[in-house]
Design a protein around this ligand. Structure first.
Ligand code: NAD
Length: 494
């Protein structure tokens, strides 16, 4: 059995807990590896190594730090296929989708290459006579990243690129379900010239996470995962005096007005609901269809579903792979099976006629869904698209704003005024206009509202730089015989 180790101080090391977890091939349902689970001692060692590396790395000049990021950019570019095939092997997403994940992650390394410019502070000459004031941004120290199974390469890149470029050292606790991509990333960072100890990977479960949350030498924690754990990470981390950004789950609505291009809306709904088997935090899970066009739209979505090719990522031509585990597949299946009992209409049942091996489901479409039904209220995180019929714009916006989540949303319309009103009204962090998955480019920041994010700073982009630095303001003067005198009063502008 293949064994996956931790990465501490520039090399793969065995854990000391004696505990491990299974890594499945979701396309066959068979276990393919065992991943070491970190003990408290393993966490302490990784944090100590990262702490020791911090003083040298933060003193490394900006050009050198940018150079490491540029080299990492080249290495990830050259290894796109290797990273993507690891993602397909452990997560199950098809190769094209995995390559897309690598490409979107790479953008964040490219953004971090601009770190000399990003860390410029402000400067005010002659704030008082002979006195200048300026601000500088300094790294926090050892920072931790805890990441989910659905983007095993991209989400770590959201975090470590900016964290390292800003001069921090990093401890990553990736998802234990698909941990191999993080080990390849660690090797590439070493090849890029990052000093040993500046980037470490600890695999594991709550034991590792809890130790990171309480460790006195961890200054900040970035988390991406489900809402209950995000809330827990935020509450525990902040209680222990850490800076925390914790991104949670989602229930993304796509509002389709009567004047929308219905073929474009149907293409978008199908792509955004079933891509990556619906295991994306920005997946569309509810279409809000205006009554006037709802029958047509449901028909157009339904007719597109049979041509979606479901199967193992390894077979060319498949568009949708399996779900991550058998347990998760069964949970998703339960929402589909329960929908009619709650009063919804099951238009396409994706639980039937699925491949015998592996954790597969086919796309499901549920119509006439309302709040109060489990398939509407819960984040399903699988290939299940619900349709809720609405009288028009106001009912749609009311439903979106009443939802506990506020990650992503989209409006489909030809009416610029309605789209602009939607941007103004909607209580969601990332908004698409005729764009179903509005993941911001790396020079903006990613983050939802309400139960989709706990903390003040969004992930990556300008917020990422703010999160991984703290500001110091220097008020400075030099001895000058013309201004020097004894004065016990409070310093003030003259
Ligand atoms: P998860 O919350 O189960 O796990 C995320 C991380 O937390 C993993 O590293 C896991 O090991 C750790 N963890 C799990 N249970 C824990 C516990 N009790 N105590 C401490 N740590 C624990 O999430 P997941 O199933 O890996 O990922 C899917 C979820 O992530 C979905 O809800 C999805 O919406 C969300 N997600 C959100 C975003 C976003 O940007 N908002 C992006 C991707 C995924």
């Amino acid at each position: 059995m293949n064994r996956i180790l931790h990465w501490i101080d520039g090399q793969a090391v065995e854990g000391t807990s004696g505990r491990s977890g299974p890594v499945f091939d979701p396309a066959t349902g068979q276990q393919q590896s065992a991943v070491d689970f970190a003990s408290v001692g393993d966490v302490d060692r990784a944090v100590a190594v990262a702490k020791a590396a911090f003083s040298g790395w933060r003193a490394t000049n900006l050009s050198r730090r940018a150079e490491v990021m540029f080299r990492m950019r080249e290495l990830v570019d050259a290894n796109r296929k290797e990273i993507a095939s690891l993602l397909s092997k452990e997560h199950g997403k098809v190769l094209g989708d995995a390559l897309g994940e690598v490409a979107r992650g790479l953008e964040n390394i490219e953004f971090a290459c601009g770190v000399p410019n990003l860390l410029k502070g402000g400067y005010s000459e002659q704030a008082s006579t002979g006195v200048d004031v300026y601000s500088i941004k300094q790294p926090l120290g050892v920072v931790a990243g805890i990441t989910p199974f659905n983007f095993p390469a991209m989400v770590p890149m959201w975090m470590f690129a900016n964290a390292l470029a800003c001069g921090n050292t990093f401890v990553l606790k990736p998802s234990e379900k698909d941990p191999s991509a993080s080990m390849l990333i660690a090797e590439l960072l070493k090849q890029a010239g990052l000093p040993d100890g500046a980037f470490n990977v600890l695999h594991g479960d709550k034991v590792a996470v809890d130790r990171l949350l309480e460790h006195p030498d961890v200054a900040a924690v970035s988390f991406v995962g489900s809402t209950p754990i995000a809330r827990y990470i935020y509450e525990t981390g902040t209680k222990n005096g850490k800076r925390v950004q914790a991104l949670g789950g989602a229930k993304n609505h796509m509002l389709v007005l009567a004047d929308a291009d219905l073929d474009m809306a149907a293409d978008a709904a199908v792509s955004a609901a079933y891509g990556s088997a619906g295991e994306r935090c920005m997946a569309i899970s509810v279409v809000l269809a205006s009554d006037a066009i709802a029958d047509q739209l449901v028909e157009k979505i339904q007719e597109r579903i049979p041509s979606i090719k479901v199967g193992p990522a390894a077979d060319d031509g498949n568009e949708m792979g399996p779900l991550i585990t058998g347990e998760h597949r069964d949970k998703v299946k339960g929402y589909v099976e329960g929908a009619e009992g709650e009063g919804a209409t099951l238009v396409v049942d994706g639980t039937q006629d699925v491949p015998a091996d592996g954790f597969f489901l086919k796309p499901s479409l549920i119509d006439r869904v309302r709040p109060g039904m489990k398939c509407y209220d819960d984040e399903i995180f699988g290939p299940v698209l619900s349709v809720a019929r609405i009288s028009g714009y106001q009912e749609g916006i009311d439903l979106i704003n009443a939802n506990q989540f506020g990650n992503g949303t989209a409006i489909f319309t030809r009416d610029g005024g309605a789209a602009r009103q939607f941007e103004f009204d909607v209580q969601v962090g990332m908004v698409g206009v005729n764009v179903p998955i509005p993941v911001p480019v790396s020079y903006y920041s990613f983050g939802g509202w309400k139960a989709s994010l706990f903390g003040d700073q969004h992930m990556y982009g300008p917020d990422g730089i703010n999160f991984y630095t703290r500001t110091k303001v220097v008020t400075r003067r030099w001895p000058d015989p013309r201004t020097s005198s004894v004065d016990l009063g409070f310093p003030q502008n003259r």
